[in-house]
Design a protein around this ligand. Structure first.
Ligand code: FDP
Length: 348
């Protein structure tokens, strides 16, 4: 960001104005990216409103449907998926969406609506917490279309199955108290807080940097005995350092967001002997890669134990990965433990 533009990025400016100022950094920009972020913001506000009044209507609870991972979908999952899909397809300037709640990608068939971006989305992460007034949120990721034909042609799987490093922008939006939207378009990480009295996201964190060497260890410790030794050892050492303490909400957007501001590491290690969890639980495309992008842009790190999450090329839409993200020193320690172990290396 040039110094000249920098002076306009002050706490309190609204997201729309922020997007238009930062867009001036890119003289070649056509405004399509800003329009896409605008649509994401609009959908985030609608979902936030619904999350905050959940319980008053009939939006709580599970449906009888399951997603592609065999998890029962909550009503709010499906609601958020519908709101984001509609906002993105009709006015987002995208060609394809990969959603955690859909087994197949959704292509934008209408050429007039189609644009040059591909979006991945976890419409409501932490949804097992929906009924309990715990913060939950949306995780989105934006790629440029790479399949041939530009916006003349429909998006393809190739547009979605790109390594995280190719991302154009990512962010979680956390619906809680307060509701926040965090995003990075590749340089800084910005945090906005929703002022519900005026319905605007206002800049509250102009340049988020994850603290170093202290903070929270966020992991579901009930799986401890199922983890590989390097993870167990690393956690033991982190605890012994005395600068880390445990805190786990069980809703990744909330845990990750707290650690981004206060320091720490979020872990979801593999459980090699447990069916379906040999690569952990988190989905590379929808959960791990967008959070890894934010972690790295904030000066932290995200790894599968062997390499950066951003360097893993997704094999398919629902590819899972072990995930360690947060303070650089803590993630480095985990990688070191794996490197020292006699394991041959995780095949991603
Ligand atoms: P959820 O299934 O409720 O959507 O991958 C999603 C996630 O939640 C994360 O947000 C959360 O940290 C994790 O799963 C919780 O899994 P455990 O119950 O196994 O700890």
């Amino acid at each position: 960001m040039s110094k000249n533009l920098d002076k306009h990025i002050k706490k309190g400016i609204d997201l729309g104005r922020h997007i238009s100022i930062t867009q001036r950094e890119h003289p070649q920009a056509t405004g399509e990216f800003s329009q896409l972020l605008g649509q994401i913001t609009l959908a985030a506000k609608i979902v936030s409103r619904e999350v905050n009044k959940a319980g008053l209507g009939d939006i709580l609870g599970k449906t009888d449907d399951e997603n592609v991972y065999g998890e029962r979908q909550a009503r709010l999952d499906l609601y958020a998926n519908a709101i984001f899909s509609r906002a993105l397809i009709h006015n987002g300037g995208i060609c394809i969406i990969g959603s955690e709640e859909e087994s197949d990608p959704v292509r934008v068939r209408n050429q007039e609506l189609r644009g040059k971006y591909a979006v991945t989305i976890d419409p409501l992460d932490g949804s097992s917490n929906i009924d309990y007034a715990v913060s939950i949120g949306t995780i989105f990721g934006i790629y440029r279309k790479v399949s041939p034909g530009g916006s003349e042609t429909e998006g393809t799987l190739e547009d979605l199955l790109q390594p995280g490093r190719e991302r154009r922008s990512d962010g979680p939006f956390v619906a809680g108290c307060p509701t926040m939207l965090v995003y990075s378009a590749g340089v800084r990480v910005y945090g906005f807080t929703l002022d519900s009295s005026i319905g605007e996201f206002l800049l509250s964190y102009p340049n988020i940097k994850i603290p170093e060497s202290h903070g929270y260890l966020s992991v579901n410790e009930s799986y401890f005995t199922n983890w590989e030794e390097p993870v167990q050892q690393a956690l033991k050492e982190l605890r012994e350092m005395g600068t880390y303490t445990s805190r786990y909400v069980g809703s990744m957007v909330a845990d990750f967001h707290r650690n981004l501001l206060a320091g720490g590491i979020f872990l979801y290690p593999p459980e090699p002997e447990v069916a379906g969890k040999d690569l952990g639980k988190l989905r590379l495309l929808y959960e791990a890669a967008p959070m890894a992008f934010i972690a790295e842009k904030a000066g932290g790190k995200a790894s599968n134990g062997y390499k950066s999450i951003l360097d893993i090329k997704p094999k398919h839409l629902h590819h899972r990965t072990p995930f360690y993200a947060g303070n650089k020193d803590a993630v480095d320690l985990i990688e070191r433990k794996f490197a020292e172990s006699d394991k041959t290396g995780n095949e991603d």
